[in-house]
Design a protein around this ligand. Structure first.
Ligand SMILES: [Zn+2]
Length: 319
């Protein structure tokens, strides 16, 4: 070991954080940790078209805080169902791409059993419920809309964490135990860099967005005059979410495709011991960085689409 003292200390920070995390097993399964959730919420608000964006920016700090509340609720008494609302171990029931899995909760319970459905997680329905509640709160000028905003932001964020879509949620079935907290907390806190914020940019169908918006008459067309808006709508094909539940199941299948690269990166990292900084840098460089960049950016972009969809359904209220 010849690296200087300062470097070695910095490189050991993730190791120390991991040891801290492993001392508190209930931390596993939180989904992105505080920094990840706040990042997704902040980026989502930023990616939301005007005039919604400006209205949400007024209470950005409050909204970021609210996005952490579902995890805080997990430890409150009488909230045993809360912990089930953050994930879905969908491969417990069906194989990718999960076409045979019923999206209707009653039908899913009838097919696989109510207890099993809840045991394996219900995040798609938690997203749908939060979305409907947010629409209703905005429709009725309920000042408590922040609660539903926070829930929606949290569950959409969690569903972009690949380890929240599988029965192999901590890599325990594939020899990758510990990968869950390593990815969502240690990597976010120690390796994620601001320059990885790119926003998710779907590559095709540029003009479809304009066609989608125009017939719906989104407020005044003032929005179209801002370069920001035009860039978002044309370059990113910004499409507000219409069916919240259907969208959630699209996310499930998409997020699931990121499991394989993540596990492969972890396999390479495991050539080193967890006390060796190379364990962490290898996991990051061999795939965790790309997966995280894609998932945090896409999570934010998708959340922005949900927010815009809810706001349109609520009749475009002033907030
Ligand atoms: Zn969570």
């Amino acid at each position: 070991m010849t690296f200087n003292k300062k470097t070695s200390w910095i490189k050991l920070i993730p190791v120390m954080m991991l040891i801290t995390l492993l001392s508190f097993p209930e931390v596993i399964g939180m989904g992105w940790g505080e920094n990840g959730h706040k990042t997704v919420t902040h980026l989502a608000v930023d990616a939301t078209p005007e005039p919604l964006r400006s209205m949400l920016l007024k209470t950005l700090n409050e909204l970021e805080e609210a996005s952490m509340d579902p995890d805080r609720r997990k430890s409150e008494p009488g909230t045993s169902e809360e912990s089930k609302r953050h994930y879905i171990d969908i491969d417990f029931f069906e194989a990718f791409p999960f076409g045979a899995f019923p999206q209707d909760l009653n039908m899913a319970e009838a097919k696989y059993g109510r207890i099993e459905i809840h045991r394996q997680g219900i995040v798609p329905w938690a997203i749908d419920e939060s979305f409907q509640n947010l629409v209703e709160a905005w429709e009725t000028n309920d000042p408590n809309w922040v609660r539903w905003f926070g829930d929606l932001a949290h569950y959409v964020g969690d569903l972009h964490q690949p380890m929240h879509t599988t029965a192999n949620f901590d890599g325990q079935k594939s020899g990758n135990r510990g990968i869950h907290a390593l990815f969502e907390s240690v990597m976010v806190d120690g390796f994620w860099k601001a320059e990885q914020i790119t926003y998710f940019r779907p590559p095709d169908a540029m003009w479809q967005a304009v066609g989608h918006f125009m017939p719906r008459g989104i407020g005044s067309l003032v929005s179209f005059t801002s370069a920001y808006m035009t860039d978002l709508m044309i370059l990113q094909n910004f499409e507000p979410v219409d069916n919240a539940l259907e969208e959630a199941f699209l996310i499930v299948a998409d997020t699931y495709t990121m499991l394989e690269p993540l596990l492969a990166a972890h396999d390479k990292a495991q050539e080193f011991r967890q006390t060796n900084p190379k364990f962490y840098s290898t996991f990051w460089d061999e795939g965790a960085d790309k997966v995280m960049e894609r998932q945090l950016n896409k999570g934010a972009y998708t959340l922005a689409r949900y927010l815009m969809g809810a706001w349109l359904k609520a009749g475009q209220p002033s907030l």
